[in-house]
Design a protein around this ligand. Sequence first.
Ligand code: DAH
Length: 338
Amino acid sequence: MDELTQLIESAKADFAAAQQPAALEDAKARYIGKTGAVTMLMKELGKLPADQKRARGQAINAAKQAIEAALNERREAIANAALEAKLAAEAIDVTLPGRSGHTGGIHPVMRTWMRIEEIFRSIGFDVADGPEIESDWFSFTALNNPPNHPARSMQDTFYVDRQDGNGMQLPLRPHTSPMQVRYARTHTPPIKVIAPGRTYRVDSDATHSPMFHQVEGLWIGENISFTDLKGVYADFLRRFFETDDLVVRFRPSYFPFTEPSVEVDMAFTTGPKKGRWLEISGAGEVHPNVIRNFGLDPEKYIGFAFGSGLERLTMLRYGIDDLRLFFEGDLRFLRQFN
Ligand code: DAH
């Protein structure tokens, strides 16, 4: 191989080895730059005898053109590779199926809440809502449960680090019962209302959660008795569980705001849970002191109240045995209800 052919081959190899434009331009400079090998050969032309100059000049020029051609080819290849890489990096795969927005579902406790509203509305009950940070008076005192009353320890209450105008620390309501008072003080009898909502207690295990839901019920009129409570509540349970195959019993109990007070138990008379009594609600005839705090005359007005746990009703309806499932947000659990 003559010197020029060797130069061409060497340039091609160097160009091929260059991966970036800068490296390629460096390689170019070594051959056809101002001090490049080919340029130097050109400069030496002058030293040649006249009869050789022409042929040698043409040969060097041909070599230079070959090198330039190889250089341009390589430039284009590098530019193309860069473009390919850029396109690949920015690729939008239009064949990929779109990510659809997920359809949300209704939480099982919320389904219970909605069912309860529907059932009670259908028999003429209003639905009321009220504050979760409640005053001490509405939470306890108005419900015949004044400070230092032993019944205060029935509920392990959370308090907010703030006091009301009477210097009493503000509780997170431990039950929905304050809504009896709030509603009755702003409405005239007959009063028929339910108040579903969030409630809070210092409690946490498989059947208790620090935040849970209750529904309060209140019917006050001139002669609303225990029979009305029993009729309304048993009818509610039958409609809620969609079966007539259940029985209801009242077990004597104590709450400061009712007299007499009961726990309401129910049992299915068919099915897998047949015959097992389940505690479902507190209830009673509203205590005269509470009627007075409603702003009403207890000689004239009488009625019942109840307070039931929504988680409890939901667990029974769907056969769920751990209440914590409601609050863990596990989609595998929640999807079963939608
Ligand atoms: N507030 C009671 C509780 O959370 C439940 C209750 C009992 C509500 C009797 C009532 C009632 O309205 O009459 O434990």
